[in-house]
Structure formats: structure tokens, C-alpha cells
Write a protein that binds this ligand. Sequence first.
Ligand code: ZN
Length: 244
Amino acid sequence: MRKRRATLIVIRPPWRRWAAAVALLLLCALLLLPAAGLPIGAPAWWPTPVVVIDPGHGGYDPGVETDSGISEKDITLQISQTLAASLRTRGYTVLLTRTDDRDYALPGQRGRNAKRTDLDARIALAEAHRAVAFISIHCNSSPEATRGGAETFFNPSLTGSKVLAQAIQTELRKIPGMSLREAHDGSAYYLLQHLTMPAVIVEAGYLLIPSDRVKLVNPAYQRQVAEAVAAGLTHFLNSWSGTS
Ligand SMILES: [Zn+2]
């Protein structure tokens, strides 16, 4: 058997300096650009921005429940999974805070403490991945509401939150038959108080209003909401100045 000889490529001094400079520039781009939010349509090898989608509730916490046995946590998961798929086709890296029926409360925790631990885990996921946006999906449950419709909540003190909410609400209002609502101040929500990236809560409809309930369990309506949220987020990320 013939021995194979290892071949060494020797980089001569001038080229070595150039190679080091190019490698350094590439490293800087890779480290800095994800934090700034990357352009849509970047080449396939480029790091893509991370969007976190949060299906509201889960596990011990069903959210709103109807007399007919519908739980908010199931609808939020279905819409979130459709939304995640839509965003991935648009070039985003999407993380879901849950992909099944679970919560992040500690064993034995219930009530306010359980809720806080659960939400803190979802917030930590988004912060650890330096997400460019956080969208929490819910269903509204106001017993006083007399008309339905999807609506988006923002924190006016959180940079980007209101602009993102308005972009999403604009798209939600285009859904045929949608009750027209505006984006609202949701600064009382724990999630919106503690996240540091543009974040919103999308209430996909009113689960206790029969006309909305029929829609919320319908995969066709769930898809319409998901596509509207994806379109609003895409518009936001392509046009946001990063300052308001
Ligand atoms: Zn909810």
C-alpha cells in the first residue's frame, strides 16, 4: 500500500494578513448583525432573526374555559403553531415557548406564584436568544364585551411594542368579517412589563362570545389570524426605525 503524503498549504505572509482581516470582519458581522435584526431575504447561510411565539397558558393553567369544554390553551397552541410555520417560510428562526400542553411552574406551585414562575421562564427564553420580537397569543374573555374581534395589546413604555401592535392590528382588521378594533395599552400585563424586545399580546377573539367562539375553533380562522400576525410582524421588522 502506498502511503499518502499530507499536503500543507502554506499561506505566505502578505496573504496571511489579508486572510486574518477577512476572518475578523466576518466574525464581527456574525456577532453584531443578529443583535441589530437582520434583513429579510438574507442569503441562506446568514444568521436569521429569532422570533419568539408564546402560546398563552398551558399545563395546569387552561386559560378561559367554556361550558362546552373548549380551553383557551388549546386554541392558542393551534394558532401559534400555524403562525410559527408561516414565519419560518418567511425566513425567520422561530422559537415557541411551548409545543405541547405544559407549563413552567415548579412542582406544587399554584396561583400567583405559579403564574409568575411560568411567565418568567417564557421571558427568559426570549431574552436568552436575543429575540427581535415576542408575540404572545391569547383569547379574550371579557364577560362584559358585547362584540367580538381580535385585538393587540402593547406597552407604551417598551420600545417597538406599540409600533408592532399597530402593524399587527392593521392586518387583523383586513380579515373578512372581523369586528374592527384598535390596538390597546396593555401595560398592566406582566409579560409586557418584563420583556426588553418589541413585544405584544394578540387576543385572537372573544371566547365567551358565541360568534367569535365558532371562529376561534375553526382552523380556517386560526390560519387567517396567524397570517395576519405574520404579515404585521414582517412589515414591522422591515420598516421599524428601532427608536419608537
Ligand atoms: Zn389568556
